[in-house]
Design a protein around this ligand. Sequence first.
Ligand SMILES: [Zn+2]
Length: 242
Amino acid sequence: MNNPTKIVNELIYDYNLNIEEAIDIEDLISKMDIRLVSTELEEGILGASKVEGLKRLIVISSKVYNEEQKRFTLAHELGHILIHRGTHYFSKEDLSTICTSKQKEDEADRFAVELLLPSKIIGNIIKENDVNFELIKQISKKYRMSLTSTAIRVAELTNDNIILLYHKNNTIKWWHKSNGEIFFDKKHKGIDLARIEQERDILSRNVELNLWLSEDEGLYSCYEETIYFNKLNEYMTLVQII
Ligand SMILES: [Zn+2]
C-alpha cells in the first residue's frame, strides 16, 4: 500500500511549495519536467497520464472548463505518475477504472486531495474556527477547490461531531461522518427540509435532536445548515451535534 500523504510531503519539501495558499499545479508540473498537453479526449474522460522510461506526460481534456475540476484532474494524474507510473485515464464516473485498479484510483485521489487541501493547513484552520459552511466557503475560495470537495475534506479532518449529506428529492446521494463519537440515525428524518430558493444560500437552524440521532440521550444540541444548488436542484446539509 502506497502512502500518498508521504509522497505529497516529499514533493512540498523538494519543490519548496507554499501550502499556505493554493498550489499552482500547472507550474509544478512544468517544474517537474512533465509534459502537459490539452487535447480532445474521448467523451467522459477528463485526463490521462503516461510514464515511459524517463518521459512523463499528462493529458487534460480540452472540454474541462471548470477550473476546480481541472486542478483536481491534474493533481490526480500527477499522483498516478509519482505513485503508479504506467498509463491511466480519469473519467467522469471515476472514479471508474479503465486501465487501473480501484486501489490505484483511491491513491491518486488521496494524493490530489492532500496536495490541494493539505491536512496540516486545513486541520489547523478547522481547529481554530467553528466548522460551518461560511468557513468551508472561505477555504474553498482560497484553495480554489469546489465547495463539495472542501466540505468533504473538512468533515474528514475535524474532530467535531458532524455529518455531511448530499441529497435530492429527500433521497440521500451520499454522506460523510466525521470522527466524532456521536451515532447518527440512518433514517435521517432531517432531510425533509424547507426549500431554499436562492442558489447557494444557507439555511441555518437549530433542530430537534431526534431528527438526526437514534438515541436522544445526554446533553446535546443539534445545529443544521443547508445549501441549495439551484441548477441541480440538490442540497448539501451539514449537521453538527454539540
Ligand atoms: Zn486515475
